[in-house]
Structures are given as structure tokens and as C-alpha cells.
Write a protein that binds this ligand. Sequence first.
Ligand code: LRY
Length: 239
Amino acid sequence: MGTLNTIIQKLHHGLIVSCQALPGEPLYGAEMMARMAAAAEEGGAVGIRANGAADVRAIKSAVSLPVIGIVKRDYPDSAVYITPTLREIEELLEAGADMIALDATGQKRPENCTLEQMVAFLNRNGTASMADISILEEAIHAEALGVSCVSTTLSGYTPYSLQQEGPNFELLQKAVERLSIPVIAEGRMIEPDQVRKAMDLGAYAAVVGSAITRPQLITGRFAAAIRRVEMNNGNDRPD
Ligand SMILES: CC(=O)N[C@H](C=O)[C@@H](O)[C@H](O)[C@H](O)COP(=O)(O)O
């Protein structure tokens, strides 16, 4: 329990950088993600969120920060893809993840593996857990199951949650008001000011991914800004 609390405390009021590239993305590969993590550490991150045992291992040997591990894996007949079963938890523990994040939404899970079983397993093991939620009710449920913290990761990614372009500050605020465990702000923050706002609303920590570690998306935003100017000036050109 001591280690578990220490991990959480290390994240307090800090920036967690999500270093993830899926197969097909330009930066895909554990070595590349380890470099991203090293850059994040140099920039002042307090923790790293990473996908897959290979990336977790490479990142653990490249930085001294706590690593929150997930495994994104698709299963038939389930929309749950972030650490969906005990199999992924075991892979992450083996890789040395300091905390494990998992889908804590109300969606049907694969292989009759319940969220309750997964959280109980992590708690028996003394491993810190982060519940990725999309609505307030899921946060309340996850807290009742005994997770270490919740994160607003999946707001906008379940069919019944608020669909909007930017971060869901309303969900963050409500969860902070309602829960006793730490609430982490995660998802769709692209400006430092949004992270500041999240902290003002009581977030325990903030996770930023794409805006730091997916350069193709960062480039896209700058390129789109130029295209908009060109269109306004009547200088439209094909993409
Ligand atoms: C929805 C989902 O699958 N989110 C994933 C969770 O690990 C990652 O792809 C995100 O990059 C991460 O949540 C950080 O969010 P953002 O990249 O918006 O800063």
C-alpha cells in the first residue's frame, strides 16, 4: 500500500505525458517512445502514460519517472480496448508498469472479465490503478470498486458521453466535487491554458498526449491554420 500511495503522490499537481504511437503511425516503435519519454522528462513531466509492454519496458529503462501502462487491444464483440482483460494487466506488471490504467466505462467487456475482478486483482497485488471513464456515473462506480484514481480519458469516446472537440471540463469539475480519490484531467487538451484550467478546477494531475507526442497531428493543426487563411484570401488550393 505504501508504494501505491507514493506513486500517486509523485503525480500530484504535475503533467503526465502520454507517449503513444500505434502501428501505422510515423513514430511507432518502443525506441522512439522511449526518446519521447526522455524529452518529456527533460521538459518537466512527472509521469509517463504508455501503451504496450514493449513501450513500457523501453520507457522504464530510459527515464526515472513513474510509468502508467495500458495495453490497447481489440476484442471481438466489445468496444473496450484500453486494458480490457486480466491478460493485459499481467503483461503490464511483467513489464514493470508502476500504475495500470484501464477502461472503466459501462460498455460490455470481453471474455466475461468484469471491471470488479480486474480492480480486485490490482488491489490484491498492491498495484495503483487509473480508471479511464467517460461519464460521472462511471467515475462513482470505479471509486466504489476501489481504484486509486480516475481519469477523464474516455469522455467523447463512448457513444453515450459528451461529444465535443475540446476537453470535458464539466465532467472533470463534477468528478472533483463528487469523488474523494484523485481525479486526473485527460483528453483533448492542446494548449497549456487548458491544463491550467484543469488544475484550477481541482484536477490532481493532467495527462497530455497528442499535443506533445503526435507530431503529425501538431503539424496538421499548423497546416490547417495556413489553409484557412488562404481560403479566406480566395487562394484555395487542393489538399
Ligand atoms: C481515447 C483514447 O484512446 N485515449 C488514449 C489513451 O491512452 C490515448 O490515445 C490518448 O492520447 C491519451 O488519452 C491522451 O489524450 P490526448 O491525446 O487527447 O491528449
